[in-house]
Ligand binder design. Sequence first.
Ligand code: MG
Length: 364
Amino acid sequence: MTIEAVELRRVAMPLATPLRTAHGTFDRVEKLLVGVQTPDVVGWSELGTDQAGDRGREVLDAADALLRRDLVPDVLAGAPIGRPSPFPVALAAHAAVEVAVLDAELRAAGRSLAEHLGAERDRVDSGVVVGIAGSTPALLDEVSHRIGEGYRRVKLKIEPGWDHEPVAAASEQHPDLALQVDANGSYTRADAEHLAGLDEFDLLMIEQPLPADDITGHVELAEQLRTPICLDETLTSFEVTKFALARGACSVVNLKPSRVGGLGVARRIHDLCVERGVALWCGGLLETGIGRAVNVALAALPGFTLAGDLSASNRYWETDLTVPFVLDDDGRLAVPTGPGIGVEPLPDVLEAVTTSREILSGTD
Ligand code: MG
């Protein structure tokens, strides 16, 4: 396959509802798209990050530098892209290039990504994330709203000071709801007893209770909690995932292809989880339809036994970059069947949200 040029494009995506983070509240999020151009097709991907504002821009700038310096020249020279450095931005940049090249190859060959990966389902269970709300009534309103939209599995973000009360309220109001929580590493080992207090709610899992580098802490916590522990930020590679599972640091895996450096590694982690009978699901990083298509295809593999953070487009965006993903009557998303990732940016939407665009070619 001849790659003539690689496009790096920044877009500013208006959010359907403001994103509240520890660093501010945002009504749009910047994204970096990678377009791999061949004489016949364009392969697309997006850089996986859920950071917004200045932090988001730092991530995109760092990824942009890595892409220009290392990855894009390799792609343009037809050289294989090497192993990524074990840093989140490098892993995400590596994944973005891998996916864009693969998308171009599959489009040229007329094969879908789902078929290429070995997907066995044509629909995947969709879950939704509910962030830290301003109050328990506000949280309950949003949970009810999401259930009304058709979501069958809800994940609540928790942190010290926002855990037992909202979880108790949501589980009391919706006793049959599949409920799980995600702490994004905000607790310490000293919180073990406090976290064990969540056991009474029969949660599906608690995700990343402790910081990413505290594998031993998660091993100890797993012995103290009845609630299964799922790891997310900790699992940055196949080797780390294997180690964490062998040590008993988690019994559930959240897999994000961007976090582990791409689909090749993601596939190996999937196979590892199947081999060990470990529950697996696909996480999200505030993806547009481009990245969502990749995650949905991946989540259609047989080892994904739990609903992922794979919501419909309108959960995040005023207008998605692609034909929107919508929930069906069973709370599922259809796996794209077209060539490559099966979706592409809608030209008018893409134009409207683009803030910068550069084409890098071998002759530069
Ligand atoms: Mg998480």
